[in-house]
Design a protein around this ligand. Structure first.
Ligand code: LLP
Length: 443
C-alpha cells in the first residue's frame, strides 16, 4: 500500500524552513523536488548539501517582483558555484562579489560584467586587477586608501564607475559579528564623523573614477524592514548634503542585503515584498522631502535567495546517553557549518528515511570535530530510537555553510547536489584526501 505524500509545510505549520517542494514521503522520508533525501544520502554519501534549484529561482523571482524598478544583485558569498552563476544570470539578477576568486568563477560562465558589483573592506591588488580586466559594473569603495590606488589602475579611456560605502550608524542584524551598519567596526566610511564626505570629495577629483552613488549594508539576518527605512532616511539626507556642498546629484543607491530567513519554525522572516515596499516608499518620501530625484535602487540579498533552498544531510555516527542528555554525533559539524559556533545560530533537525513510533526526545546534535563547541543543534526533538546509521536533515542550510566550510581535521568539504523535477545532479564534488594531499607540496 502506498501512502500519498503530504505537504511538509502543513505538517510543520511553517512556510519557510523547508523548500516549497518538500513533502513527507512514505517510510518517514522527505522528498524535495521529487527526490527522497534518504536516497540522496545513500547515493552521494554524507555529509552532503542538497539545493533545490527551483526554490532558488523562485526566490530570485520573488525579489524581482518585489522591486520591479530596482536592480537585484545576488550576494555570491552566501553560496556560489557555476550552476548558481547560471541560475542568477537567467533570473535576471546581478552578482555581488568580494574577491578575484568569486569574480573569476562568474567569468567562467560569461556572467555579464556590467551586472557585477565588487565589494571588500580590503581589496587586494589582484581583486582590483581582475575587476578592471573583466570590466565590472561597479566597484564599491570602502576606504580612503583605495581611491588613488584604484584610479591609477583604471586603463581608460572610460572612467570606472564607483560607489562609496557609507556607515549610517544603525545597529541591525542577528549577532554583533554580522552588524555592519554601526560605528566602530571595520566596514564603510562614517557619515557622522565626516569620513564619507572626505572620500567623496577625493573621488570627485579623480577623472578616472565616476561616482554613481552610495552603498550601505546594515548587517545580516535583519528580521524587520524598519532598519532599512531608517538607513534610507539617513543616506538620502547625506545625498542631499553632497548635492548642496558639491553640486552633485547621485543617481544610484545600493541598500545592500541582510534580509532574514527562518531557521526555526515561526522565526520572523518578512517576504521580499514587505522589505521592498517599505524601502521604496521611504525612498520616495525622503527624496521628496529633500527635493532629490529618486535614485536607481539596488538591493543585494544573499541568504534570502539561497538559504531556504539548501538542506544538509548527515549520517549519525554515535549516540551517547549520558548525565541525562542525549548526544547524537554526526559525520559533519563545524567544518561544514561553523554558524552555530560563530553566531550561536539555531537549526531544526529531522530524521529522514526511517519511520518509527518512538516518542520524541530532546537531544543535542554534535559534529565529529575535536572541540566541545562543535554543536550543530542544541535541544532539538528527535525520535528516542535514534541510532547510528540514521540520516538527519537540516533545512535552511543553503547560505554561509558550504561557502564557509573549512579544512578542519582534514575531513574534506562536502559535495553539493542540485535537485529539480524529480532528478538530482552533482554540482560540486566532495573534497577527498587526494585533493588535500595535492596541495601539500613540500617536505
Ligand atoms: N552585501 C554586502 C556588502 C554584504 O557584505 C553581504 C553579506 C550581503 C550583501 C548579503 O547579506 P545577506 O543578504 O546574505 O544577509 N556569515 C554570516 C553572514 C555574513 C554576511 C556578510 N555579508 C552568517 O552566516 O550569518
Amino acid at each position: 500500500m502506498t501512502t500519498q505524500p503530504r505537504l511538509l509545510m502543513s505538517e510543520l505549520s511553517t512556510a519557510m524552513v523547508w523548500p516549497a517542494s518538500a513533502v513527507v514521503a512514505p517510510g518517514g522520508d522527505i522528498a524535495v523536488a521529487g527526490v527522497g533525501l534518504a536516497e540522496l544520502a545513500e547515493h552521494y554519501g554524507t555529509p552532503t548539501y542538497v539545493i533545490d534549484e527551483d526554490e532558488v529561482r523562485a526566490r530570485a523571482q520573488a525579489w524581482r517582483r518585489a522591486l520591479p524598478d530596482a536592480d537585484v544583485v545576488y550576494a555570491a558569498k552566501a553560496f556560489l558555484c557555476r550552476a548558481m552563476v547560471d541560475w542568477v544570470e537567467q533570473e535576471g539578477l546581478g552578482l555581488d562579489v568580494c574577491s578575484a576568486g568569486e569574480l573569476e568563477l562568474a567569468a567562467t560562465r560569461g556572467f555579464p560584467p556590467e551586472r557585477i558589483v565588487l565589494h571588500g573592506n580590503a581589496k587586494s591588488p589582484q581583486d582590483l586587477r581582475t575587476a578592471l580586466r573583466l570590466g565590472v559594473g561597479r566597484i564599491v569603495i570602502d576606504s580612503d586608501c583605495e581611491i588613488a590606488r584604484l584610479a591609477a589602475q583604471v586603463p581608460g579611456p572610460d572612467a570606472q564607475r564607483v560607489m562609496v560605502r557609507v556607515l549610517p550608524g544603525i545597529q541591525a542584524g542577528a549577532h554583533h559579528k554580522i552588524r555592519t551598519g554601526a560605528e566602530g567596526q571595520k566596514f564603510g566610511l562614517s557619515i557622522a564623523d565626516g569620513d564619507a564626505e572626505e572620500a567623496i570629495a577625493r573621488i570627485l577629483g579623480q577623472h578616472r573614477l565616476e561616482l554613481v552613488g552610495l552603498h550601505c549594508h546594515l548587517g545580516s539576518q535583519i528580521t524587520e524592514a524598519e532598519p532599512y527605512a531608517e538607513g534610507v532616511r539617513r543616506v538620502v539626507a547625506f545625498m542631499a548634503l553632497i548635492r548642496d556642498r558639491y553640486g552633485v546629484t547621485l543617481p544610484e543607491l545600493d541598500m545592500g542585503g541582510g534580509f532574514a530567513v527562518a531557521y526555526l519554525p515561526g522565526d520572523p522572516a518578512p517576504a521580499p515584498s514587505e522589505y521592498g515596499r517599505l524601502i521604496t516608499e521611504t525612498l520616495a518620501d525622503a527624496c521628496a522631502e529633500h527635493g532629490l530625484p529618486v535614485p536607481r535602487l539596488t538591493v543585494e540579498p544573499g541568504r534570502s535567495v539561497v538559504a531556504p533552498a539548501g538542506i544538509a544531510l548527515y549520517r549519525v555516527l554515535s549516540v551517547k546517553r549520558t548525565t541525562g542528555r542525549v548526544f547524537v554525533a554526526v559525520d559533519g559539524g563545524m567544518s561544514d557549518n561553523p554558524r552555530p559556533a560563530l553566531y550561536g545560530a539555531r537549526y531544526t533537525v529531522r530524521r529522514v528515511g526511517r519511520a518509527s513510533d518512538a516518542p520524541m526526545r530532546s537531544a543535542t546534535v554534535v559534529g565529529r570535530h575535536c572541540e566541545a563547541g562543535d554543536v550543530l543543534a542544541d535541544v532539538v526533538e528527535l525520535p528516542d530510537d535514534i541510532r547510528p546509521g540514521d540520516v538527519l536533515a537540516v533545512p535552511a542550510s543553503g547560505a554561509y555553510q558550504v561557502s564557509m566550510a573549512s579544512g578542519y581535521n582534514m575531513t574534506g568539504r562536502p559535495p553539493v547536489v542540485a535537485v529539480s523535477g524529480g532528478r538530482s545532479r552533482l554540482l560540486v564534488r566532495r573534497e577527498n584526501f587526494e585533493d588535500l594531499r595535492h596541495r601539500d607540496v613540500g617536505l
